[in-house]
Design a protein around this ligand. Structure first.
Ligand code: ADP
Ligand code: MG
Length: 704
């Protein structure tokens, strides 16, 4: 059917790419559903579903030649098997090969049959990442196949792409259907959306060649280059993806900026009254940023401004001043925070600051239910001036009378879509509210240019005076007892401490359990001192009660999960221990550590780690020991991890790129901007199609 269309209608270029995946032979409804779970609905979605990496099973490596960090295929004989229970059940299998070296295979999830199959003498062909273990090289959960007595070791002829997939959809099947889609790739001229005159000088290869290459790299492809994403074919695709992202944000911004917003100039002097009542002077940076915000708010065009400032730089008061401008002009303000704990804290601060000015602060969190919720909603609908809450603010049924300003704290926890949903609450005809976004994650320039192209950025690049830097040390868990002893001594001097339990990949339940275990351990070890526990499975009221007690100095130690990561402000706490710190990313470690060092007392942070440390973890802890500068940490983070995690987009799926990597591809961004500008100006239809191609459903959703 598609073949026929391809020959006809010269006026509209036929585009097999926009056909549903169901047109491909052999793709039935079950497969269509599985593909839809990956967001793959049209044929072109399959073209642009790019491999995450490649596996080289075209050869077998000798164990003696393995290098830490590489993925390799090894063939060997099982020499020993051991089931162990250190920390958690595990199966250890030692294999050896002709190079007379041993490699340890380590399994944490295994069944009885599996452990019985791996008896000494069994021949195995396995593939996995080589790591540095306590007793030499190892692979954790390698893929493996048993080889029969006389089986030859067979290797693949081509590099195998590994695609992002979903449960129930194996790599083979996915690769098969992508292969079918690729047979429909139109000729280069039809496929290109970037006008050729714009590409000139940027050294871009043909899109068609690039796609065919990355999906099916030939056997002699430079694997190293491919793995790093530096092959010209990948760079071509990365360029286009970055361009699509940039264009979608620019278009979004343009659409918003075409709307009108209320002019918010505080003409009753609320701002002056708050400043006079504060127990401190604003820093120069706070004054500058606050002025930038005030200037935006006074315009009839919607503000789209991101205020970035390191943890403790005092963003809250800047937000409060913005809120006063809106209230002073007779409009409502909504402040949304990502966690109940943080929202609570804002409520507390705002009540403390705005109450004396006669401004009520309304509270709307997920747990406000029944009659209380009904009344709260009524007051919001009737014009309550300041409404603070969690994403409950965005729910249906929340109607504002005159929303003039939306403030979103800790933006990286929310996606663009959520931000817009809240803004839409304030839509009145052509008029939309102003938006102020606060983030403690400093945003490197490269990232700002692409990920936040829809926002103006202000930086609070100065901490309030009198802060002492946090002294940071990394200590092996083997010396846990010493660390506890140290806490004991600190409590004896009247200091307060956080003990943070981190288990990132597990469930909230497991996190809570880990915290309870630590709580029991510390309670036993620190007899005589009061210890509190806080985790995500407690009721908001319970959490608040514990926080209040800690704030009031009634608790010496607070055992917590990472629920305290964002925003929690207890200036008196001066010691923090982070368990399993090797598992956390830099941004998260920095956030956590930012909970101490807020008062005048010298503070310290102990990064407890479970040896042996991997290369990446070692580097991260090193960075943490060396600097407390959020900008430097964010930059290192970008280098070490890539931007997806930096922005916390693993949760929201918002900014994960398919192929681009902002750290690696930063050199493309200037060209992206240049080409982008001309496309927006001169090629609106191509622009639309490019966004549709790369961002598809998500872009449709966020269209302003
Ligand atoms: P963050 O930027 O991390 O949100 P906060 O707004 O919570 O920081 O401020 C951190 C602490 O510093 C709060 O206790 C706040 O009252 C205080 N603070 C804010 N601005 C100043 C200032 N200019 N001088 C002294 N303390 C300040
Ligand atoms: Mg804050």
């Amino acid at each position: 059917m598609i073949a026929r269309i391809a020959g006809s209608a010269a006026a509209i270029a036929p585009d097999p790419g926009i056909e549903p995946v169901g047109v491909l032979p052999g793709v039935g409804s079950a497969l269509v559903a599985a593909l839809a779970r990956l967001g793959l609905e049209r044929v072109q979605d399959l073209w642009f579903h790019l491999p995450l990496r490649y596996e080289d099973r075209t050869r077998v490596s000798a164990i003696a030649d393995l290098r830490v960090g590489e993925r390799a295929q090894v063939a060997g004989l099982v020499e020993a098997v051991e089931r162990g229970f250190r920390y958690r059940p595990q199966l250890k299998v030692a294999i050896g090969d002709a190079s007379r070296q041993t490699l340890l295979l380590r399994f944490f999830h295994f069944n009885r049959a599996q452990s019985e199959q791996l008896q000494p003498g069994t021949r195995l062909l396995c593939y996995g990442e080589v790591r540095h273990g306590a007793h030499g090289l190892e692979m954790v959960h390698p893929q493996y196949r048993r080889l029969g007595e006389g089986d030859a070791v067979s290797v693949d002829a081509l590099l195998s792409p590994v695609y992002p997939s979903t449960e129930g959809l194996g790599q083979k099947r996915l690769a098969g259907v992508i292969g079918k889609a690729l047979t429909l790739l139109p000729p280069a001229a039809t496929l290109e959306l970037i006008p050729p005159e714009l590409c000139a000088g940027h050294g871009l290869t043909s899109l068609r060649d690039a796609l065919l290459y990355v999906h099916r790299p030939p056997a002699d492809a430079h694997l190293g280059q491919l793995m790093l994403g530096e092959h010209p074919a990948q760079q071509r695709l990365a360029f286009e993806e970055l361009l699509a992202r940039h264009l979608s944000l620019k278009r979004l911004r343009a659409a918003v900026r075409r709307r009108r917003a209320p002019r918010l100039a505080d003409d009753i002097g609320l701002r002056r009254r708050l400043l006079a009542a504060l127990p401190f002077e604003l820093t120069a940076a706070q004054r500058r940023v606050s002025a930038e915000v005030a200037k935006d708010l006074a315009q009839a065009r919607p503000m789209l401004r991101l205020v970035q400032g390191d943890v403790g730089s005092g963003k809250t008061v800047v937000a409060a001043l913005a809120a006063l401008a809106a209230v002073g002009a007779g409009y409502q303000v909504a402040l949304m925070a990502p966690t109940e704990l943080l929202a609570e804290q804002h409520r507390h601060n705002f009540r403390h600051w705005l109450g004396p000015l006669g401004i009520e602060v309304e509270w709307l969190a997920g747990k406000v239910a029944g009659k209380a919720r009904k009344l709260a909603l009524q007051r919001v609908a009737q014009g309550a001036p300041v409404v603070i809450g969690t994403h409950a603010l965005m729910q249906e049924g929340v109607v504002f009378a005159q929303l003039g300003l939306v403030i979103v704290d800790e933006q990286h926890r929310f996606g663009v879509q959520q931000r817009l949903a809240l803004r839409d609450k304030g839509q009145a005809g052509e008029q939309v509210p102003h938006q102020l976004v606060l983030t403690a994650t400093p945003i490197p320039r490269t990232l700002a240019m692409s990920a936040y192209a829809d926002l103006d950025i202000s930086s609070i690049d100065e901490l309030p005076p009198g802060r002492t830097p946090v002294q940071t040390i990394a200590i092996s868990n083997a010396r846990r007892a010493e660390v506890i002893e140290r806490i004991h001594a600190a409590c004896g001097e009247g200091r307060q401490a956080y003990w943070v339990c981190t288990l990132i990949e597990e469930s909230e339940l497991l996190r809570a359990q880990a915290a309870e275990v630590a709580f029991a351990e510390l309670s036993a070890a620190l007899g005589g001192f009061r210890i509190g526990l806080i985790h995500g499975r407690m009721k908001p009221k319970e959490k608040q009660a514990v926080m209040d007690a800690f704030k009031a100095g009634e608790l010496a130690v607070l055992v917590a999960t990472t629920v305290i990561e964002v925003g929690v402000d207890v200036p008196r706490a001066s010691l923090m221990v982070i368990e399993n710190s090797e598992r956390l990313g830099l941004a998260q470690l920095h956030q956590l550590r930012g909970r101490v060092g807020r008062g005048a007392a010298a503070s310290s942070c102990v990064l407890l780690y479970q040896p042996p440390l991997g290369q990446l973890a070692r580097e991260r802890l090193q960075v943490m020991r060396q600097t407390s500068d959020g900008f430097r940490i964010a930059e290192q983070d970008l280098l070490l991890r890539g931007p997806g995690e930096l922005l916390g987009t693993r949760q929201t799926g918002q900014l994960s790129f398919r192929i681009a990597d902002l750290a690696r591809d930063a050199h493309l961004l200037l060209a992206v901007q240049q080409v982008g500008e001309r496309m927006l100006a001169d090629h609106p239809r191509q622009t639309e199609r490019l966004i549709e191609r790369w961002i598809g459903g998500a872009a449709r959703f966020v269209q302003a």
